[in-house]
Design a binder for this molecule. Structure first.
Ligand SMILES: C[S@@+](CC[C@H](N)C(=O)[O-])C[C@H]1O[C@@H](n2cnc3c(N)ncnc32)[C@H](O)[C@@H]1O
Length: 196
């Protein structure tokens, strides 16, 4: 399976499942292309596996962990990856069937190049995920937040931007589609608040 074919599968899945727009896919592909050759990627929220296809298309050697509290969605993701790669036992991929916040707190040994935040899209949900996962991020790591700016999306989640503004600051490094990408560090105001 080539990069182009896997990306085409991701665009097709985004279109049918309506969980992401083409610009989200393009941004995630561009950001993944800036990562090391063998990056560690953590995705919070398996959904239908759309974003996993993007990451594997660009970095087939990645070590990827997907976290979801719904086993059925993990199964959908595994199926999408197996279908697109033609490898039914795709080994590089780890799935954690657990709430995203708990996974961040329990797996401190994971050292993350790219965190994809796309699980509980409420204000406390996103805030908790960012706080729980930040200690696991590499210094130069990136955080891709889906539905950061979903004003044109079929469903919008204003709590996502509210949490990012507070925890990461109001200026994403990149912004395209419904998504924003941030350097993996707390905003100064939030870091000050945490240290009090
Ligand atoms: C919008 S979908 C993710 C879409 C996915 N990124 C993709 O590319 O298709 C959200 C997912 O997050 C999961 N989820 C929601 N809240 C969660 C939580 N607190 N912990 C773990 N998974 C959660 C849902 O089960 C669902 O699969």
């Amino acid at each position: 399976m080539t990069t182009d074919n896997m990306l085409a599968d991701a665009y097709a899945l985004a279109h049918t499942r309506r969980m992401a727009c083409p610009d989200d896919i393009a941004l995630l592909a561009a950001v993944t292309d800036t990562l090391p050759d063998v990056p560690t990627v953590v995705q919070l929220g398996a959904g239908s596996g759309t974003m996993s296809l993007v990451v594997y298309a660009i970095r087939p050697q990645c070590f990827m962990i997907t976290v979801d509290h719904d086993q059925q969605n993990l199964n959908w993701e595994a199926k999408a990856l197996a279908n697109s790669t033609g490898d039914p036992t795709i080994l590089e991929h780890v799935q954690l069937h657990t709430p995203s916040k708990r996974a961040g707190e329990n797996y401190r040994a994971v050292n993350v190049d790219l965190l994809i935040v796309d699980a509980d899209q409420s204000y406390p949900g996103v805030k908790n995920d960012l706080i729980a996962w930040m200690p696991n991020m590499k210094k130069e790591g990136l955080i891709f937040v889906h539905d950061y700016d979903g004003t044109t999306a079929p469903e919008s989640y204003p709590g996502v931007k509210q949490a990012c503004d507070e925890v990461l600051g109001k200026r994403p490094k990149y912004r395209r589609g419904w998504s924003g990408v941030f350097n993996a560090r707390f905003s100064k105001a939030f870091a000050d608040q945490l240290s009090q």
